[in-house]
Design a binder for this molecule. Structure first.
Ligand code: PEP
Length: 241
């Protein structure tokens, strides 16, 4: 079965998030939902008893304490999360998050029992310079610093080319497969058997072709996950792939 992960980013209000989550539950869907922090407890309640999983979009590297505005892994677990995104490009590029910080986040999340969706992806300039594989390989290298029990907490690795996120321009299925094949081999060397997701302007009309690539085990969807019809169409494509 292919994975469909919905990154709602800083979108939706309580009412619209609950409507979306309730419809997905009523359909018996098994997507992974990543609402923003304040929506987590309400969505957790709405999806209780379903096959839907709840995740957060970010996590503090600290355990607790005086870190205004941050949210700890323990608080996320308390709020009903079983998953967390680490290394999303909007954190890497919008907030300057790099290897040392991401490693601390990975370790904190794993210590609290949160499963991780670790994101990697190259910028347009890096792709144009022929460095897509090198950059994504280096980003994946952060996982080398995890011990065996922490590596077991990697639920998925998402390849999200920065130039494809929110731009309407998705990687071609061939481009996605090419990078995924390299990441698959690198993950094997690390002893990590996590599935690889593709993210970046996934829509109902391109999901099927992306999802039928041999190393694409699922998709991480931003914009198209905010609307029930389009998320359901992508999930249907994932079930048929
Ligand atoms: C994302 O942010 O994870 C993402 C893939 O966004 P979009 O689908 O909107 O490109």
């Amino acid at each position: 079965m292919r994975i469909v992960a919905a990154n709602w980013k800083m979108n939706l209000r309580r009412q619209s998030a609950l409507e979306l989550a309730s419809r997905l539950k009523a359909d018996g869907r098994q997507c992974w939902l990543f609402p923003s922090f304040p929506l987590l407890p309400a969505v957790a309640q709405a999806i209780a008893g379903s096959g839907l999983l709840l995740g957060a979009q970010d996590v503090s590297p600290e355990e607790d304490g005086a870190f205004t505005g941050d949210v700890s892994a323990g608080q996320l677990a308390d709020a009903g999360c079983s998953l967390v995104l680490v290394g999303h490009s909007e954190r890497r590029h919008g907030h300057g998050e790099r290897h040392p910080l991401l490693l601390r986040k990975l370790k904190r999340a794993a210590a609290e029992g949160l499963k991780i969706v670790y994101c990697v992806g190259e910028t347009l300039a890096e792709r144009q310079a022929g460095r897509a594989e090198t950059v994504t390989g280096e980003q994946l290298g952060t996982l080398q610093k995890l011990d065996e029990s922490e590596r077991a907490m990697i639920a998925a690795v998402a390849y999200e080319p920065v130039w494809a996120i929110g731009t309407g321009e998705n990687a071609t299925p061939q481009q996605a497969q090419e990078i995924h094949a390299g990441l698959r081999a690198a993950l094997q060397r690390l002893g990590i058997s996590a599935p690889l997701l593709y993210g970046g302007s996934v829509k109902p009309d391109n999901a099927r072709e992306l999802l039928t690539q041999p190393d694409v085990a699922g998709v991480l969807v931003g914009g198209a996950s905010l609307d029930y019809e389009s998320l359901a169409a992508i999930d249907n494509a994932a079930m048929e792939a």
